[in-house]
Design a protein around this ligand. Structure first.
Ligand code: NAP
Length: 288
């Protein structure tokens, strides 16, 4: 049995990772969140991790509100970058391997096709810059760390785009959704399986992991309404400029997941299939 520590265990991805690992007899899992450990505090973080002595530390703790990060640069870097440094120091002290979840927002989206792991990062916003710094700490401080870049997460246990579209559709007749940003919606349940597979095969280095296929936020929104059977609500496609959010996002940030396939044999299912399962899990057998 591998002793695994999950930090950020009560978050959206964290809860599905805990469920996935705990459902297997391969792992002895401990889950910590902000109440048990504040990754911003160096000494405490290093001490707590090394005292527990896990073999693997999965760090999911993050300040993920991309727009808030623009006005909270200090907090974004304290959690996403320095927090990762502290976790890595604790892991190195007890000989544990680190798994860090990063983001497509390390890229600027100007490539026009799917990004591979060795494409040069160039983040456009504070969140992306803080996560890239987190990646660099993993690479500098550990010999065998794993960095998994993913995107557009949705899952049962947190606030996400799907939940927000469903909420708005109950309140309004028309929604306005951005149609000039493209990516791959990714289900936390599927990503949790990826993390388990990467741990099992002793992978190291950077991996891209996302559900298959790409769409714009507008197209994603249309599928959410269609698959949840919500009629009488229309969506107006708008530009990111029109929405004018504080953080700039990449126009195209599809991720090439070939390396994941080569190393683990895994290809994630199309995002629309994962979305169906997710919607069904919100309201089994019925309409939303
Ligand atoms: N969501 C996405 O679309 C997306 C896309 C790409 C990558 N990612 C990455 O995936 C990972 C998981 O994201 P998620 O969406 O599951 O985020 P989440 O739901 O916000 O989970 C993060 C967890 O970390 C906790 N946390 C925050 N600050 C902490 C601290 N200083 N010390 C310890 N724990 C702390 C949070 O607690 P509070 O809730 O109390 O703050 C929360 O429980 C993150 O690394 C994120 O950067 C997410």
């Amino acid at each position: 049995m591998k002793r695994v520590l999950v930090i950020g265990a009560k978050g959206m991805l964290g809860r599905d990772v805990m469920e996935e690992l705990r459902s297997s007899s391969l792992y002895d899992v401990t889950g910590w969140d902000i109440d048990e450990i504040d990754v911003r505090v160096e000494m405490d973080t290093v001490e707590k991790i090394s005292r527990l002595g896990p073999e693997i530390v999965i760090n999911l703790a993050a300040h993920v509100n991309v727009d808030e990060c623009e006005s909270q640069t200090e907090k974004a870097f304290a959690v996403n970058a320095e927090g990762m440094r502290h976790v890595a120091l604790g892991a190195v002290k007890c000989g544990a391997r680190v798994v860090y979840i990063s983001t497509d927002y390390v890229f600027d989206g100007e490539k026009g096709r799917a990004y591979a792991e060795d494409d040069s990062p160039h983040p456009l916003n504070v969140y992306g810059r803080s996560k890239l710094q987190g990646e660099r700490y993993v690479q500098e401080l550990t010999k065998d760390g794993v960095i998994v870049r993913t995107q557009w997460l949705f899952g049962k246990h947190g606030n996400n785009f799907v939940a927000s579209v469903l909420r708005q559709a109950r309140e309004k007749k028309e929604l306005s959704i951005v149609d000039d940003q493209t990516g791959s919606p990714t289900y936390t349940v599927d990503l949790a399986k990826v993390l388990s597979a990467l741990i099992q095969c002793g992978a190291r280095g950077i991996f891209h992991a996302a559900n298959r296929g790409t769409c714009t936020w507008f197209e994603f929104g249309q599928s959410i309404l269609e698959l949840s059977g919500m009629s009488g609500v229309s969506i107006r496609p708008i530009s990111a400029k029109e929405l004018n959010r504080p953080a700039i996002r990449p126009p195209y940030s599809g991720l090439n997941c070939e390396r994941l396939k080569q190393v683990t044999g895994m290809t994630l299912r199309p995002w629309s299939e994962a979305l169906k399962e997710y919607l069904n899990s919100l309201n089994p057998g019925g309409r939303i």
